[in-house]
Design a protein around this ligand. Structure first.
Ligand code: AP5
Length: 222
């Protein structure tokens, strides 16, 4: 079919804005959003077996063991709605081994987006982040305060958003980033994430629109 949906990976340091940009991408392109962080947090709050295993790693700002996360991701990627709508993978792969698991299954994105934000900005973004457990929207106490008092009263802070844990998460990100990007170097696009969120999205939007056009063209030729 000439209507092959987009397959997108989004990467970047903790608080580089992946979740925020994914909200916009889903609205515009209708892709199935698969965020391993969100999936794991849902398992933790539901108290499942996976959640109980993952909790201590997450709260310490460390990576959850590969086999737990990989099983979660591949199950979702093989679902019918992922094939129909296309997918947006957020927070995976996060290690060389995870990237290799997808390669083995011949699961490859059309584009690998990397959000770039300087270290010193990331700490403040994490420490000020708040989540709405009802709508799942992402806020920031200073940059994006909640719209109403009612929302404000129900916002929660992630247990791994302390300055100390953010530093450890950032260290782990840096240790893995090079090895992962080597897998996707031919489709990697770096985006300056240190701008207003709608400016960041403008660039992502034109990148994904172009990727979609290129993909249609190559399908028609085939
Ligand atoms: P995960 O949830 O993936 O965390 P992360 O990668 O550290 O990313 P964040 O969610 O912190 O940030 P984000 O980039 O989405 O930024 P956001 O848009 O929220 O993973 C959490 C944990 O789960 C891991 O530590 C690990 O334990 C486990 N895990 C997950 N995946 C795993 C895997 N594959 N393997 C093993 N373990 C795994 O924005 C952040 C803040 O900044 C917000 O307050 C937002 O409002 C603000 N902001 C966003 N954009 C802007 C902007 N342009 N300007 C100003 N402020 C902005």
């Amino acid at each position: 079919s000439t209507n092959e949906p987009l397959k997108v990976m989004i990467s970047g340091a903790p608080a580089s804005g992946k979740g925020t940009q994914c909200e916009f991408i889903v609205q515009k392109f209708g892709l199935l959003h698969i965020s391993t962080g969100d999936l794991l947090r849902a398992e933790v709050s539901a108290g499942t077996e996976i959640g109980n295993k993952a909790k201590e790693f997450m709260n310490a700002g460390q990576l959850v063991p590969d086999e737990i996360v990989t099983a979660m991701v591949t199950t979702r990627l093989s679902r019918e709605d992922a094939k129909e709508k296309g997918w947006l993978l957020d927070g995976y792969p996060r290690s060389f081994a995870q990237a290799q698991s997808l390669e083995k299954l011949k699961i490859r994105p059309d584009v690998y987006v990397v959000l770039e934000v300087p270290d010193e900005i990331l700490i403040d973004r994490c420490v000020g982040r708040r989540l709405d457990p009802v709508t799942r929207k992402i806020y920031h106490v200073k940059s994006f305060p909640p719209e109403t008092e009612e929302i404000k009263a129900r916002l929660v802070t992630r247990p791994d958003d302390t300055e100390e844990k953010v530093k450890s998460r950032l260290e782990i990100y840096k240790q893995n980033a090079k090895a992962i990007s080597s897998t996707y170097s031919n489709i990697m696009k770096k985006i300056d994430g240190n701008r207003q969120k709608d400016m960041v999205f403008k660039d992502i939007e034109s990148l994904l629109s172009q990727t979609q056009k290129d993909k249609m063209k190559s399908m028609e030729l085939a």
